[in-house]
Design a protein around this ligand. Sequence first.
Ligand SMILES: [Fe+2]
Ligand SMILES: [Fe+2]
Length: 244
Amino acid sequence: MTVACNFDGRIVVNWKSCDWQPYPAIDGGETDLKWHPVRAEPGPGDGTYLLKVAPGGGAKLHAHSGQEEFVVLDGELIDGDGTVLRTGDVLSYDPGTRHRTRSPKGCTLMVWIEKPIDTVEGDDEIATMQAGRKIVNWKTADFTRYPTLPETADPIDWHNVRADPETGMGLSLIKFLPGSSSSLHEHTGYEEFVVLQGSLVDPDGTVYETGDVVSLPPGSIHATTSPNGCITAVVIEGPLKTLV
Ligand SMILES: [Fe+2]
Ligand SMILES: [Fe+2]
């Protein structure tokens, strides 16, 4: 049986060449933030988007009822406890996080936010934030073999940031060795990734280059190859179905 690929609803945008719009503030007033929504609606702050913080800008105190995850693509961001998040850092915050951020030098982020954000008044909950925060830099992360090898045509390595090893759901760094491919699979939830190094090719010939942000909706079917190797940061929202 031959299963056709499905790319309906796919979005590809490169963070270095996308257009930037004023970030639609969740409470009506940030002027130092710009965004490029990949899959997000103005207002509630959830979804998948690129965010650019101007030098001296930042986000006022806010609370996350769901997961917040981002990659620092460029620049530096300082978290509420003074931790400096540098280019290449990949962050995951548990639900319940309450923090503020600032960026003296400016920065660009690739952001996945699971549920709407609320701006709040009062003090940061630093201990809660620190307990639920994971930080890894993709340039120095250690990679191990992706555990669900039957789902890959060739060996693929990963660094699990916040993912279920059984299903792959969650946030991880994925490293394709040169010439390796994933087997044909269907996504039951969104797959959204940013190419941090190298490139990937889908069976329809579309090449995802370094800097590309890709959103594949539920129902997407593909098998991806990396002729020269690559590293991506990916969030997978639903279990994968392997089709071969
Ligand atoms: Fe946040
Ligand atoms: Fe996929």
